[in-house]
Design a protein around this ligand. Sequence first.
Ligand SMILES: NC(=O)C1=CN([C@@H]2O[C@H](COP(=O)(O)OP(=O)(O)OC[C@H]3O[C@@H](n4cnc5c(N)ncnc54)[C@H](OP(=O)(O)O)[C@@H]3O)[C@@H](O)[C@H]2O)C=CC1
Ligand SMILES: N[C@@H](CC=O)C(=O)O
Length: 290
Amino acid sequence: MQAISVGLLGLGTVGSGVVRIIENHQDKLMHQVGCPIKVKKILVQDVEKERSVKVDPSLLTVNPADIIEDPEIEVVIEVMGGIEDTREHLLQALRSKKNIVTANKDLMAVHGSELLTVANENGCDLFFEASVAGGIPILRSLVDGLASDRITKMMGIVNGTTNYILTKMSQEGLAYDSVLKEAQQLGYAEANPASDVEGLDAARKMAIMASLGFSMKIDLDDVKVKGITSVTEEDLQYGKQLGYTMKLLGLAVREGDKSRCALSRHCCHQLIRLRLSIMSTMRCMFMEKQ
Ligand SMILES: NC(=O)C1=CN([C@@H]2O[C@H](COP(=O)(O)OP(=O)(O)OC[C@H]3O[C@@H](n4cnc5c(N)ncnc54)[C@H](OP(=O)(O)O)[C@@H]3O)[C@@H](O)[C@H]2O)C=CC1
Ligand SMILES: N[C@@H](CC=O)C(=O)O
């Protein structure tokens, strides 16, 4: 039986996880897809680098064309991050009739609509579920399950790194800098962790969700961004004394034919009222509809 050949762009935190899943879950994937899945080539920056997953060195390349121009590769999994070069690679891959899976919210928040159009024109799939709230199948739910609903509001914790930092600071009294370092070592934070702590990562995720949930084009520049860099241990302790927990919340509201997206640091009344404990790297989403 012929295997589906996959080209992987990136072999960092997420890419290594993808390789592990493909290797360790072949039986399940075979059952779901109906044929084996084989990673044929992997694009990296440095072929000599030590990796957290063992791969045959002959799979590694620094030349994107080895994937994009290989007619045998049917699916490209993009987990390298970045915007402009990555956009070029994915546009070329789509024009070469390759289906794409990407975890890149930075790219999808800015060029998502162009990429989806080109995917459609070329009869290809472009899946980006992993770009928002990792384990929660939220995008699929917005596009399929909630397609007939008029969603009016979305609110949630969409960045795991900031939740991890705030939880550790609040529960263990640890200092901001040391917890951020820990989050980087654990691979939770982005390559540039400023995206997490200054709120841009969450803003991008809210923009992607709002554009799907409200069926509107959301301009990232219109999203109000706020991070957690100025939160002090004192702020958290005061909140705690009053029975509140500090979270970085994403909020998207439909206002007639327009929408408003913002991030804010909130004491989560609503989350507490629902008696949910969303700590560490956990994410959550609330939706309201008409
Ligand atoms: N980390 C996370 O928890 C999550 C991350 N994401 C998204 O997934 C994507 C990847 O994140 P993550 O795995 O953390 O990132 P990493 O920085 O860990 O890995 C990036 C990988 O891409 C390769 N790479 C980067 N730029 C280039 C380039 N120009 N040419 C060739 N190879 C390149 C790197 O090569 P080399 O190893 O040789 O340096 C590395 O293997 C990002 O879009 C991120 O936003 C989404 C959900 C969760
Ligand atoms: N840095 C991101 C990783 C997943 O999107 C986060 O902390 O949520």
